[in-house]
Write a protein that binds this ligand. Structure first.
Ligand code: 2RA
Length: 330
């Protein structure tokens, strides 16, 4: 099994390599791919050195799967070229997510949609992934009418430059690179990505539109406010869910506890709840602060945390690849 990692020297690409290694993915050959300036750099993987190659070389090597995390423009140009060469592309950019001919996959939710004909598969936005993992079992049992989500997103979602800005500000360095229009340390910025005509940001519209596509139900109403906060480790989300049917809190906790990929941390009496510092470098989605919204019938509040570079990006992509191999769709 030949696996290409496109964007292998980037933040998510580096985590993809780490996850492939940790999960002992059954690959026989690794093809790290990056821009021309990185060609020739060496990547260590399972004790072996691999030289970074460019796109054209990687396509010619005809990998079975290509994990992409190289931006929407690169994916728009090169994913079809890999697919034409017979490679199955799993792309972490937003380029293909809302394309009606492409599947948008979170394995715990809708992997069964995948077929051998899917040659370009979209990996959802990190803040969407962690939310739908928790929504799916509840939707199946109680039918979701509406979701109101507010996010508290790590600077790692922006990239290396944002982490550098935060750490510089924390250390009193004021002339470093700026990833944001404003200081991020000791601050929060209620804007992730650009604003659209309806006053929402692209990040908020991703959560709204991607959730419905992954859940396969356009009747689900979603509204979102996405906020950048000066933390590492992962994204946090406050989620309010109105159901068609009533629920029993103990049943909700039991259902979430039994759901693959979820760890329930919900013991307020002992100050136990999910936090980014605990989710960091983990592959699960952590759910806590589970409680009834006493202002509305059939409505639940919960708090969802996950490592946005792992389950929110790299691990979800690798899990899609694992599903394709296990289901003989490759
Ligand atoms: C962010 N979800 O957190 C976006 C893209 N990674 O910035």
């Amino acid at each position: 099994m030949k696996i290409a990692v496109v964007g292998a020297t980037g933040l998510v690409g580096t985590v993809m390599l780490k996850v492939l290694e940790e999960r002992n993915f059954p690959l026989t050959e690794l093809i790290p791919v990056a821009s021309e300036k990185s060609v020739g750099k060496e990547i260590s993987f399972k004790g072996k050195k691999y030289a970074v190659v460019n796109m054209e070389t990687a396509i010619a090597m005809r990998p079975d799967i290509a994990l992409f995390s190289a931006g929407g423009g690169t994916s728009t140009t090169y994913a079809p070229l890999f697919a034409e060469a017979g490679t199955t592309v799993i792309d972490n950019s937003s380029a293909w997510r809302m394309d009606p001919s492409k599947k948008l996959i979170v394995p715990e939710v809708n992997a069964s949609e995948l077929s051998i004909d899917d040659k370009i598969i979209a990996n959802p936005n990190c803040s969407t992934i962690q939310m739908v993992v928790a929504l799916k079992p509840l939707h199946d049992k109680y039918r979701i009418k509406r979701v109101v989500v507010s996010t508290y997103q790590s600077v790692t979602g922006t990239g290396v430059k944002a982490v550098e800005q935060m750490m510089n500000e924390r250390n009193g360095i004021t002339d470093g690179p700026m990833a944001y229009a404003y200081p991020i340390d000791l601050n929060v910025i209620p804007q992730i990505d650009v604003f659209t005509e309806n006053g929402y940001t692209k990040e908020e519209m991703k959560m709204i539109l991607e959730t419905r596509k992954i859940m396969g139900d356009d009747s689900i109403k979603v509204t979102a406010t996405t906020v950048r906060i000066p933390v590492m480790g992962g994204h946090s989300e406050s989620v309010n869910i109105e159901f068609e049917n009533d629920f029993d809190l103990a049943d909700v906790r039991d259902l979430l506890t039994k759901t693959e990929g979820i760890i329930v941390v919900d013991d307020p009496a002992n100050l136990k709840y999910p936090m980014p510092k605990d989710a960091h470098e983990k592959d699960e989605v952590f759910v806590g602060r589970i409680r009834r919204d006493e202002s509305l019938p059939n409505t639940l509040n919960m708090w969802i945390v996950a490592d946005n570079l792992r389950k929110g990006a790299a691990t979800n992509a690798v899990q899609i690849a694992e599903y394709l191999v296990k289901s003989e769709l490759i």
